[in-house]
Design a protein around this ligand. Structure first.
Ligand code: PRP
Length: 217
């Protein structure tokens, strides 16, 4: 699991805006949509191929290009904060198949000595994965990585290995990147920012607060 930064200037701009504590619910949600769209374009640019296709313009025939593999994309929405993020991703991958998984940290139980949270899974509905698929598991926050590891267990369980597996987040903590990277070496971890640390409650610092609460009100 190697981790890379999504370095698009507009992604950094948008993330900085939604980090701001004074950003409203509407602007926060729209910011997540925008980040999802940019991340999708970046994934296309970095990981997908193009092929040459004949094009007939109003004037002549020419050779154009088309991105391949756009019909082999699966996006996993980790409820609930990922919903606006996924809305943006779908603008980049309009024909993606979608999976939904509701996974949440048991905040009352708190972090254990290994820095993990117990995760409650309430709902799982996943498409069948094919070996030619590009799978993108989206969650704007990767904190301890506990949620993502449980989600990936469900997504990959009893399925063929997809051609590409991306774990996409907006803000990550080093702990989460390390945990997911170690447990899922086949995953490419993409994030707009790697923040400094997790506080004693498992919140990313400086972070952006609770993305679910800020997006949903
Ligand atoms: C947040 C976030 C991730 C998870 C990350 O969700 O959206 O799913 O925490 O934390 P972790 O890496 O330490 O597991 P939360 O549990 O707050 O649920 P919500 O999206 O429904 O608010």
């Amino acid at each position: 699991g190697n981790a890379s930064l999504l370095t698009h200037a507009l992604a950094r701009d948008t993330l900085s805006r939604i980090r701001d504590v004074s950003t409203s619910q509407v602007s926060f949600r729209k910011g997540l949509v925008k980040l999802g769209r940019i991340a999708g374009y970046e994934i296309i640019d970095g990981a997908m191929e193009t092929e040459y296709v004949p094009v007939e313009t109003p004037l002549t025939e020419m050779t154009g290009e088309r991105v391949t593999g756009m019909d082999d994309v699966v996006i996993i929405n980790v409820l609930r904060a990922a919903t606006p993020f996924v809305e943006g991703l779908l603008k980049a991958f309009p024909r993606a198949r979608q999976g939904v998984i509701s996974a949440g940290r048991d905040e009352e139980a708190g972090m254990d000595d290994d820095g993990e949270f117990p995760i409650t899974i309430d709902y799982v509905k996943l498409p069948t994965i094919r070996e030619e698929d590009t799978v993108i598991v989206a969650d704007p926050m990767l904190a301890t990585g506990s949620t993502m590891c449980v989600v990936l267990d469900h997504v990959l369980n009893d399925q063929p290995k997809p051609a590409d597996l991306f774990v996409l987040s907006a803000v990550s903590a080093p702990d989460g990147l390390i945990r997911v990277g170690e447990q899922f070496p086949e995953a490419d971890l993409l994030t707009v920012a790697i923040d400094d640390y997790l506080d004693e409650n498992g919140y990313i610092v400086p972070g952006l607060g609770d993305a679910g609460d800020r997006a949903f009100g």
